[in-house]
Design a binder for this molecule. Structure first.
Ligand code: NAD
Ligand code: DAU
Length: 332
């Protein structure tokens, strides 16, 4: 595998994946990205120009997608509208990008026989009870809650149908919540870190008992590369690093880092349809593909992430005011 097309490679996880490829492989990468509000060209700055190029374009535009897919050995498909709150305010772009975009890539992969890895989310399974110890596995039935997760669930179904009916050479991974550098300030961890840097208070939805299963983005990248190169065609792999924490716990760690009192946060209006708990059983990935996370100490990873945001204020500052204005208008 020499030439890789990475859709959404200017977003949070896609950009980290491209950095991972530059550091750990010899592949050449073309990033296809529409450069929405969530993208940052800066995240690709400094990468070797003889190995990474950027095409600005829409995954839902087959005239753009088809020749690019034809010219690459494999596609890793990250591009998506990714934020649940936005999907509740304006679902339309989630249908176009997450469903039509995946359809366009599948059709191109079918025409040209190109290998495709589809990046998905644990949210397709809906949520788990707080008091339960059950975790999601590859056999858990789909039960998405939000327009975002429903569109991602639909995109997974499209991939499986194209594998079965047309023989497309595809795999799927469903990962839990990522954290790390280059994550947009609309998301939970960067929002709270930057609130505190600004002298404000973290904003916690509802009572703050919702649980997310945190994984460092670098571990997600290594898992995707392993599945792309060693995964079985047609298979789905769940990706997680046993990082369950409730939101109050995460906020307490951020406040402690800054020497602020543990109760120095606001409880705000809850998200509609807010999923209670996600938890991943990654046994299949660990045993079949011998994958292990390398950043499983969440407190340590969070500290490095906080330091990264302290050092990259120039990057997040331009997005902060507009993001907070949107949240404030919703009572959040
Ligand atoms: P992000 O919002 O940070 O980045 C998305 C990227 O896709 C942006 O660069 C954006 O410009 C690009 N994009 C959006 N619409 C596009 C279009 N029509 N054509 C081309 N490019 C387009 O998202 P992220 O958090 O990096 O998530 C990446 C992928 O990983 C998504 O598929 C998401 O569902 C999945 N995922 C995310 C998480 C998480 O915790 N963030 C966890 C599991 C899975
Ligand atoms: O599980 C994987 C998913 O993780 C990905 O598919 C999504 O793309 C990604 O955005 C993320 O979804 P969540 O909705 O879980 O992430 P978010 O960062 O928006 O919220 C995490 C938790 O924090 C959730 O319980 C909602 C809560 N929250 C969020 C924000 C922005 C707050 O309490 N306060 C906030 O200000």
């Amino acid at each position: 595998m020499d030439r890789l097309l990475v859709t959404g490679g200017a977003g949070f996880i896609g950009a980290n994946f491209v950095h991972h490829l530059m550091a750990n492989t010899d592949v050449r990468v073309t990033v296809l990205d529409k450069l929405t509000y969530a993208a940052s060209r800066e995240a690709l700055d400094g990468l070797p120009t003889d190995r990474v190029s950027l095409v600005v374009g829409d995954v839902a535009d087959s005239a753009v997608v088809d020749p690019l897919v034809a010219a690459h050995d494999a596609v890793v498909h990250f591009a998506a509208e990714s934020h649940n709150d936005n999907s509740l305010n304006e679902p339309g772009p989630f249908i176009t990008t997450n469903l039509v975009g995946t359809f366009c890539l599948l059709e191109a992969a079918r025409r040209h026989g190109t290998r495709l890895h589809h990046i998905s989310t644990d949210e397709v399974y809906g949520d788990l009870a707080l008091e339960d110890s059950t975790r999601f596995t590859e056999a858990t039935p789909y039960n998405p809650s939000s327009p975002y997760s429903a569109a991602k669930a639909g995109s997974d179904h499209l991939v499986r149908a194209w594998v079965r009916s047309f023989g497309v050479q595809a795999t799927i991974s469903n990962c839990s919540n990522n954290y790390g550098p280059w994550q947009h300030v609309e998301k939970f961890i960067p929002r709270q870190i930057t609130n505190v840097i600004d002298g404000g208070r973290p904003k916690v939805y509802g009572a703050g008992h919702n649980v997310r299963d945190w994984i460092h983005v670098e571990d997600h990248s290594s898992a995707v590369w392993r599945i792309l190169t060693e995964g079985r065609i047609g298979e789905t792999y769940l990706v997680g690093a046993d990082g369950e924490r409730d939101n109050l716990d995460v906020v307490a760690l951020i406040l402690a880092h800054f020497g602020r009192p543990a109760d120095d946060f606001d409880l705000v209006t809850d998200r509609a349809g807010h999923d209670l708990r996600y938890a991943i059983d990654a046994t299949k990935l660990r045993t079949e593909l011998d994958w292990e996370p390398r950043h499983a100490d969440f407190s340590e990873g969070l500290t490095r992430t906080i330091e990264w945001y302290q050092q990259h204020e120039d990057w997040w500052r331009p997005h902060k005011q507009r993001t907070e204005a949107t949240y404030a208008a919703q009572g959040q």
